[in-house]
Write a protein that binds this ligand. Structure first.
Ligand SMILES: *Cc1c(COP(=O)(O)O)cnc(C)c1O
Length: 360
């Protein structure tokens, strides 16, 4: 079989070692003669798995003891509603920074539940940059500040926040979690759908500071009620057991790879290779402000869009698949999450050079 390198934005590729281990254990997990999919989430074996997954999560990300980690369902999108429902105080409002389509979607959903103050938006630029801190309008009485540190579609990543945010910071880290070390204590709440860097879809991670786990609005469904879910170790109802198991394998793999420091450096190296090529060519164009280029999602366009379909066809023939950009941006997008080996990036770059020579 030809090697396939999958640049999909999500669901994304998983580490090969993880897939092989899962395959090996598929029919007979822990010598039980059963698949992990077939055992009770309340069984001793599954509870051990759940616990070790959480321990590894805490260790890898350096999650302090006063934070809970919840293993939920419904994707990041359900958190767009869960966050305002759980964190809004009576009659409160919340601050939203909009630097891409996901931030806008989360803001629209929040508007169902509270008043939203848009701190700043880069929509008029086509989401290619982050508004200057001095143009941010933070409000004084908001329940929280929400932003999207990595916008998966337009490829905009924010590393720093201004120091004058005095309310809990909430971050949608769906496409950036586990890609580099972060200081969890800077955040009140972090959430992420699993299907980019954690495992298969179906699992959603919420990391929330304990003092923010309050009695939410009385209309909050129990499965997205952080208090109910945390008091029940994310097992108020049946959790997504297979996705949870796969996430556990991914975390073990990350530890073997040396943790977030090494994977962070590797991610930097991989993305730099692609950006260096783009910057050295007249043929490929990145529209994103250099200061905010994403390390995980790299959109680029060809100077002649009529070559797009040929680019996609020829790259796919070489096993470089899912490079088509999001329909709202056009062109190409290379998503290079943790599981993308450096050799996959090298193959992509070789192909891009070859293609430029042929058609440029
Ligand atoms: C993929 C993605 C989402 C949507 O996640 P679902 O799990 O499909 O709900 C939200 N936010 C960001 C930043 C994403 O990358």
């Amino acid at each position: 079989m030809k090697d396939i390198f999958n640049f999909a934005p999500g669901p994304a590729l998983l580490p090969e070692k993880v897939m092989i281990k899962a395959q090996k254990e598929f029919l007979n997990w822990r010598e039980l003669g059963l698949s992990v999919m077939e055992v009770s989430h309340r069984s001793k074996d599954f509870l051990e798995l759940a616990e070790s997954t959480e321990v590894n999560f805490r260790e890898l990300l350096g999650v302090p003891d006063n934070y809970k980690i919840l293993f939920l369902q419904g994707g990041a999108t359900l958190q767009f509603a869960a966050v305002p429902l759980n964190l809004a105080k009576q009659n409160s409002s919340a601050d939203y920074l909009i630097t891409g389509s996901w931030g806008k979607k989360s803001m629209k959903e929040a508007e169902l539940f509270l008043d939203v103050n848009v701190v700043a938006t880069s929509e008029h630029t086509g989401y290619t940059t982050v508004p200057d801190f001095k143009d941010w309008h933070l409000s004084n009485d908001s329940a929280y500040f929400h932003y999207t540190p990595n916008e998966t579609i337009a490829g905009v990543e924010i590393d720093d926040l201004p120091d004058n945010i005095n309310v809990p910071v909430v971050a949608d880290m769906s496409s950036t979690i586990l890609s580099k070390p972060i200081d969890i204590s800077r955040y009140g709440l972090i959430y992420a759908g699993a299907q980019k860097n954690i495992g298969p879809s179906g699992l959603t991670i919420v990391i929330v500071r304990e003092d923010l786990i309050l009695n939410p609005s009385k209309f909050t469904p129990s499965v997205i009620n952080y208090k109910v879910m945390s008091e029940n170790n994310s097992m108020w109802n049946t959790p997504p057991t297979f996705a949870w198991y796969m996430a556990g394998l991914v975390l073990e793999w990350l530890k073997e790879e040396g943790g977030l420091n090494s994977i962070g450096l590797l991610n930097l190296k991989k993305s730099k290779k692609v950006y260096d090529l783009i910057d050295s060519s007249q043929f490929y164009i990145s529209k994103v402000d250099k200061r905010y280029r994403s390390r995980t999602n790299i959109p680029f366009i060809l100077f002649d869009p009529s070559l797009d379909s040929i680019f996609l066809k020829e790259s796919a023939e070489l096993g470089l698949v899912n490079l088509k950009g999001h329909r709202s941006v056009g062109g190409m997008r290379a998503s290079i999450y943790n599981a993308m080996p450096e050799i996959g990036v090298d193959k992509l770059i070789d192909f891009m050079k070859f293609f430029e020579n042929k058609y440029g």
